[in-house]
Design a protein around this ligand. Structure first.
Ligand code: SPV
Ligand code: MG
Length: 432
């Protein structure tokens, strides 16, 4: 029997997959190289179905003899092992990002006189449309909540962006770009106390109460499916915090980050310009423990934020608090810093990575914004939060528009920087 090789992800299986397998089985034994979760995650997104689940589906399709892991986007390593007589692929890879992969396949199979067979791409299927349909169906609190932990434990670096209402939630949910053959997007939303307060015209001092924050969260939950991390400020009194944990978990929020401060909380980026008091390690550990006991499942994450570097309490204090908080059961550590050169973060990470027990590490690089995601991830950081950038970019644009109308005594000039009416009318589907 001749051997036919097809590489695929088969995360959302459709009749295009059946077509290609059907064509392949006419030529010989069909071996499917199934993209591993790592490949899908790196080049696309978190797979809907895990490798073992997808494997079970594909190996039960008529004509498939074997399913093997395809651990890179490049098929050549597997082809060299199998030396198939035929490689099959849809004809949609002749141009664009996959062109290079195609050329590598063609040159490799020349080595044993293999043939590349390209079948017409099945019309009427668009994974993007299927995905949009899935998003339209929505998610459940349980599915959404556990996604964050899954991402943290499978992805090199989880990328989170601030959202403070339904519209910014949609921006985080939907914005995608293609770079070096990879689809890049955000993995979830940060409901920042600074941005949530600012969007309500209030200072970031725990003045916006939980009920109001829950309204913001609900607006975001209603129109998105990606995981949400709540900036829980100090978490409040332990007796209140346990209720907050239960409420957030019930709603499907994935994590709360609480900072080790007491009294009137002010924003950390003021540093020592304002009076702020750090909680004792013992008290804060009690809060973490109480939160852990209150939650129903371990899918909900309680993350401890260390303010020692902000408060200039020193590296040793930050490290000993990290150890204590992990011991108390924190599911993650957020280390905050407002130094522009990033040096104290680099030092913290190097020492943190030597801990016997290490939990996911989260940073908010607002001040040391020159550091790239690769650099952060090489430091061992697991989650990066872009904590305030949507509101900070929107506000100057809005003020400029307001000023332009005042200056010109009409809106013509301001309109040049506005999106067209037709676009805003159709931005949110379902309005017509
Ligand atoms: C927030 O976004 O509200 C934060 C991060 O807590 S920071 O503003 O840097 O303190
Ligand atoms: Mg905050």
């Amino acid at each position: 029997m001749k051997k036919v090789y097809i590489a695929m992800s088969a995360d959302i299986v459709h009749h295009g997959h059946l077509n290609i397998i059907n064509e392949a089985r006419k030529l010989g034994d069909v071996i499917v190289g199934l993209h591993t979760d790592k490949v899908i995650l790196e080049y696309w997104r978190n797979p809907v179905m895990k490798y073992e689940e997808r494997k079970r589906v594909i190996e039960n399709i008529k004509g498939v003899s074997e399913v093997i892991p395809q651990d890179t986007l490049d098929q050549v390593p597997n082809l060299l092992k199998i030396r198939p007589d035929y490689v099959m692929h849809g004809d949609d890879w002749k141009t664009g990002l996959q062109k290079n992969l195609r050329e590598r396949v063609i040159s490799a199979i020349k080595g044993w006189d293999g043939k590349l067979i390209e079948i017409k791409y099945t019309e009427g299927i668009s994974i993007t449309k299927l995905e949009e349909a899935l998003m339209g169906i929505g998610t459940t609190p349980q599915m959404r909540m556990k996604k964050l932990k899954e991402l943290i434990y499978s992805k090199k670096l989880v990328r989170i962006l601030e959202a403070h209402n339904g519209l910014t939630g949609l921006i985080v949910e939907k914005t995608k770009i293609e770079k070096n053959g990879k689809i890049k997007e955000f993995d979830g939303m940060w409901v920042s106390s600074l941005c949530d307060s600012t969007s309500k015209g209030k200072p970031d001092i725990e003045l916006v109460d939980l009920t109001s924050r829950l309204n913001t969260i609900n607006d975001i939950l209603e129109v998105t499916t990606k995981p949400i991390i709540l900036d829980g400020d100090t978490g409040g009194k332990v007796e209140h915090f346990v209720y907050t944990v239960k409420t957030l978990e019930r709603l499907g929020v994935s994590a709360i980050i609480i900072e080790d401060k007491v009294g009137l909380k002010k924003n950390s980026l003021f540093g020592t310009d304002v009076d702020q008091t750090q909680d004792t390690t013992e008290n804060f550990c009690e809060k973490i423990k109480a939160g852990r006991e209150a939650r129903v499942t371990s899918d909900f994450m309680i993350i401890s934020r260390i303010e020692s570097l902000i408060a200039k309490a020193g590296m040793e204090d930050a490290l000993s608090r990290a150890k204590a908080y992990i011991h108390a059961g924190a599911d993650g550590i957020m280390i905050h810093s407002k130094e522009k050169d990033g040096k104290e973060i680099v030092e913290f990470c190097a020492k943190y990575n030597k801990f016997e027990k290490r939990v996911p590490l989260i940073v908010v690089p607002t001040s040391y914004n020159f550091m790239t995601e690769d650099e952060l991830s090489n430091l061992g950081i697991n989650v990066v939060i872009y904590a305030n950038h949507l509101i900070r970019s929107a506000y100057p644009a809005m003020v400029n528009t307001a000023k332009s109308i005042l200056i010109n005594e009409r809106a013509k000039e301001a309109s040049e920087n506005c999106m067209p009416i037709k676009e805003i009318l159709t931005l949110i589907p379902g309005g017509m």
